[in-house]
Design a protein around this ligand. Structure first.
Ligand SMILES: NC(=O)c1ccc[n+]([C@@H]2O[C@H](COP(=O)([O-])OP(=O)(O)OC[C@H]3O[C@@H](n4cnc5c(N)ncnc54)[C@H](OP(=O)(O)O)[C@@H]3O)[C@@H](O)[C@H]2O)c1
Length: 253
């Protein structure tokens, strides 16, 4: 049986400068992969590169706003050039910077969230898909959210964007499966990162967020790395088109 080992593999990881993406990048390096680290903050990426190098692997820092289609195509070419090829793609960059009831929502806010969470994955998959298909192998992991599995009051653009990510994942899995390219979504539950610092740092808000979580706590970024490692590795070689939920039981009810 194939183990969870990324020796001789390479990964392209967006949003690798902090949070869940950083945790995945370091776990991948520790499992033997060379990595392309993609985000906007060059100095934060340089810090992650040091951690990857400490694990004995190569890291390529590529600054990129993932909503910029042309830049995404440039950095995909650079990553393939620097690493030789790409085996694993982790479309993790994303989030939302606001909450608003739907009637207060400005359309520009809706568009901003869709550009960041959905269009970015379209750009990366269009840029890198031909490379994966030509090689006849690859694992694409799109970071969605439990918010994409149900309704999310005051976060309607975010929830809709993550539901779109799950649907796009399934469509690509169906289009690319026969060519050996797997596509899955990873759906984190509430995970304490910079994205939601205002919630987990506030005692009342934090209690409210974890009240319905059977494990009664926030997830940690490194707890998303194990499932991402499994999805990226040959240990999940017959898994495609799935939304893998990692949420401390939140959606069990
Ligand atoms: N934390 C949670 O509870 C949770 C739950 C479900 C799903 N998720 C999803 O998990 C993913 C990672 O979230 P996180 O919690 O780790 O958030 P985070 O700590 O805020 O990190 C977000 C990452 O995305 C990058 N990023 C943001 N906008 C970008 C842009 N325009 N271009 C390139 N990179 C960009 C950031 O890097 P730069 O600022 O350096 O560009 C950073 O590396 C997101 O897709 C999020 O929706 C998170």
């Amino acid at each position: 049986m194939a183990g969870i080992d990324l020796a001789a593999k390479t990964a392209f990881i967006t949003g690798a400068s902090r949070g869940i993406g950083r945790a995945i990048a370091i776990a991948y390096a520790e499992a033997g992969a060379d990595v392309a680290l993609v985000a906007r903050d060059e100095s934060a990426l340089a810090e992650v590169r040091k951690e990857v190098e400490a694990a004995g692997r190569k890291a390529v820092v590529l600054t990129c706003d993932v909503t910029d289609r042309d830049r995404v195509h440039e950095v995909v070419s650079s990553a393939i050039g620097e690493l030789g090829h790409i085996d694993i793609v982790v479309n993790n960059a994303g989030g939302t910077s606001f909450m608003a009831p739907f009637t207060d929502l400005r359309f520009s806010g809706w568009e901003k969230v869709m550009r960041l969470n959905v269009d970015s994955i379209v750009h990366v998959c269009q840029a890198i898909g031909p490379h994966l298909l030509e090689r006849g192998t690859g694992s694409v992991i799109n970071v969605a959210s439990v918010a994409g599995l149900g309704g999310t009051p005051s976060l309607s653009p975010y929830g809709a964007s993550k539901a779109a990510v799950i649907s796009l994942t399934r469509s690509l899995a169906m289009e690319w499966g026969h060519k050996g390219v797997r596509v899955n979504a990873l759906c984190p539950g509430w995970t304490a990162t910079d994205l939601n610092r205002n919630l987990w740092e506030n005692e009342d808000a934090s209690k409210a967020m974890t009240a319905n979580v059977p494990m009664q706590r926030w997830g940690r970024a490194d707890e998303m790395a194990g499932p991402a490692l499994w999805l990226g590795s040959d240990a999940s070689s017959f898994v495609t088109g799935q939304a893998i939920v990692v949420d401390g039981g939140l959606t069990a009810a």
